[in-house]
Design a protein around this ligand. Structure first.
Ligand code: ATP
Ligand code: MG
Length: 418
């Protein structure tokens, strides 16, 4: 039996990147031999084992052939006679299809090094077309390595277009799609993930609500970039710049979905897009089984981003209503994320990328002034009689006091020298 390091770890070491987890392939061994050596079996669909000490993944060399529609429609063959070259051939991209033995000898039958030098993401073989998830993986790697100058190879792009055209992407299950999207949102150049999906038509299949924004105009006075799709990508860029938080980035991507359903006669204005967006976001999140934390922030960002932009001129009672609608007193962390999404929105406009966004700090300060109020102190000053109405009375007292504090805050801000 012979063991090779494969996949991302080999690729990343040739790119001088560290931190990738290590995957191994085992050639010339049977399941029984692996078990006898103490490896722990974990694969449900094919033989993968965990090393008894390091916990790293060891997979028996295998071939895969498509035998039906969808993810499970593969016939896997893993046996001692499967060669390393055959195993590497079933992999997605040439840069992911290299192996290294324990003498640091590189095995590269499919041109991985050539494509590393060319900075091309290229499919290994036409079998790439057998798993539509690979379209998302390519988009994800394009985002991951964009800063190094990697692009999708032209023939791979064509193949991805054909796969979309043939309806292959409709067979993907929600969990697999979301997992790729979620990982892609963790990349600093997440925008590239969306661009690659759009270029091959996959965005139209996976996120039609987002795809539809391209070509929709906005008023040039507020949006020099005009195109709503372009604006959305610029907002995503800014969100990536402001925060590593994937819920912030997702909300940035979703915040203007409502602009996709504006009646043509009203364009380029988008009256009520904030509320129209909520339904669309809900639809996306149900379809892709997006986790609640992502869905909630996206929905709040859609509904209230315009309020946030107007913060400096809002009346104190409207500011309080905004805090209450955002449930900011109980969800202070989410409120902070909301502010980041709004800042990304304001800066995700052509020529305004580096403008300050005083609204965020204004709301932060306003919030702090009321969040500091505490109920025990208030009750000491204004005792509330015990009884069935006590809860309601305390809520009212708190509301009144908060409003008082916000009035003073707003007045002080407006009279302060600019
Ligand atoms: P990462 O740094 O994200 O872990 P990776 O390249 O190691 O990148 P993994 O998802 O860990 O990616 O997969 C390990 C290897 O398995 C890949 O390099 C690739 O060769 C192969 N692979 C994984 N998923 C697929 C797939 N859907 N189709 C073909 N090959 C795949
Ligand atoms: Mg890996």
């Amino acid at each position: 039996m012979k063991i090779y390091l494969v996949g991302g770890a080999v690729r990343d070491s040739l790119l001088n990147l560290s931190g990738s987890d290590r995957d191994w392939v085992v050639v010339g061994a049977s399941i029984e031999e692996m078990l006898a050596l103490g490896y722990k079996p974990v694969g449900k669909d094919f033989p993968v084992f965990l090393h008894p000490k390091t916990g790293e993944e060891y997979a028996l060399a295998r071939t895969e052939r498509k035998s039906g529609k969808g993810y499970k429609g593969f016939t896997v063959y893993a046996a001692p006679d499967v060669t390393l070259e055959e195993d590497l051939q079933r992999r997605d991209l040439t840069i992911n299809a290299m192996a290294m033995d324990d003498q640091q000898q590189l095995v590269d039958p499919w041109g991985g090094q050539r494509d590393l030098a060319l900075k091309h993401l290229r499919h290994v073989s036409p079998a790439f077309g057998e798993d539509p998830l690979r379209v998302l993986r390519v988009a994800r790697f394009a985002a991951r390595f964009a800063h190094l100058g990697f692009v999708v190879a032209p023939d791979t792009h064509q193949l991805m277009c054909n796969m979309v055209e043939e309806g292959e992407l409709e067979h993907l299950i929600a969990e697999r799609v979301w997992r790729e999207m979620d990982t892609a949102l963790g990349e600093t150049d997440a925008r590239v993930f969306i661009e690659v999906l759009r270029a091959c038509g996959a965005l139209h299949v996976l996120l039609p609500e987002l795809d539809r924004l391209f070509g929709v105009p906005q008023p040039p006075k507020w949006h020099p970039e005009i195109d709503t799709g372009l604006h959305t990508l610029m907002v995503l860029d800014q969100a990536c710049r402001l925060s590593n938080d994937k819920t912030v980035r997702f909300a940035a991507l979703m915040h203007d979905l409502g602009k996709g359903t504006t009646p043509t006669a009203e364009l380029p204005r988008h009256i009520g897009h904030e509320t129209r967006g909520i339904k669309l976001i809900d639809k996306v999140c149900r379809r892709l089984r997006v986790p609640t934390a992502y869905a909630e922030l996206a929905s709040l960002a859609s509904q209230f981003h315009t309020h946030c932009h107007q913060a400096l001129v809002l009346r104190p009672d409207t500011v309080l209503k905004l805090f209450e609608s955002l449930d900011a007193f109980r969800r202070a962390e989410r409120f902070e994320k909301f502010l980041l999404v709004c800042e990304a929105d304001a800066r995700g406009r052509l020529g305004l990328e580096d403008e300050p966004y005083p609204q965020a700090d204004y709301l932060r300060q306003a919030f702090k002034s009321v969040a500091d109020l505490n109920v025990p102190d208030l009750l000491r000053e204004h005792p509330v009689p015990a009884g069935p109405q006590a809860g309601e009375a305390i809520r009212e007292l708190l509301h009144t006091k908060r409003l008082q504090v916000l009035r003073a805050f707003v007045e002080q801000q407006r009279s302060a020298p600019q």
